[in-house]
Design a protein around this ligand. Structure first.
Ligand code: S3P
Length: 169
């Protein structure tokens, strides 16, 4: 296993929750690209989408990844990345250089159940979030699979079980 673990997957698959617990159990540090961008910009992702647009947010994601790679000594980190970050080919290469990429795979239904009342994800603030999740998952799943060396099905597993499964890879 390389010296960083990167968790990718659709919104609501548990990247941050699993990542925090995994980092604790390994004694590693935890980073979340969404949280880092919000802290730097001193605002929320929703606000960035609203005032500057999605394309601008995507540039911030790539810039942040590049920065992480340039920082020598950024090792022993568990890094949770935003659900859309691994879609760009450039980002996929950066992620693979940065560490071992693991895809947390959740079904559309699991995602919908977890996120149906969510107000923080701008891309899901639509009339029919269930259909939107289905469409986005259809477009994205192959990219997640191609980007990650390994995948873990998370439906019906506890956080502790997922952490153990990652540790046993
Ligand atoms: C997005 C996922 C979000 C956040 C933004 C866009 C996406 O992160 O980066 O709302 O395109 O899937 P989470 O996957 O942590 O919810």
């Amino acid at each position: 296993m390389k010296n960083n673990i990167i968790l990718i997957g659709f919104m609501g698959c548990g990247k941050s929750t699993v990542g925090k617990q995994l980092s604790r159990s390994l004694g590693w540090l935890f980073l979340d690209t969404d949280e880092e961008i919000e802290a730097r910009e001193q605002t929320t992702i929703s606000e960035i989408f609203k005032t500057r647009g999605e394309a601008c947010f995507r540039e911030m994601e790539t810039a942040y990844l590049k920065e992480l790679l340039e920082k020598k000594g950024k090792e022993n980190h568990v890094i949770a990345v935003g659900g859309g970050l691994p879609l760009k080919e450039e980002n996929q290469e950066l992620l693979q250089k940065l560490g071992e990429v693991i895809y947390l795979k959740a079904s559309d239904e699991t995602i919908y159940e977890r996120l149906k009342g969510d107000k923080k994800r701008p891309l899901l603030q639509t009339q029919n979030p269930r259909e939107k999740i289905r469409e986005m998952m259809e477009q994205r799943k192959e990219k997640y699979q191609n980007c990650a060396k390994r995948e873990i099905v998370v439906d019906e597993k506890t956080i502790a079980e997922i952490v153990e499964e990652i540790r046993s890879l």
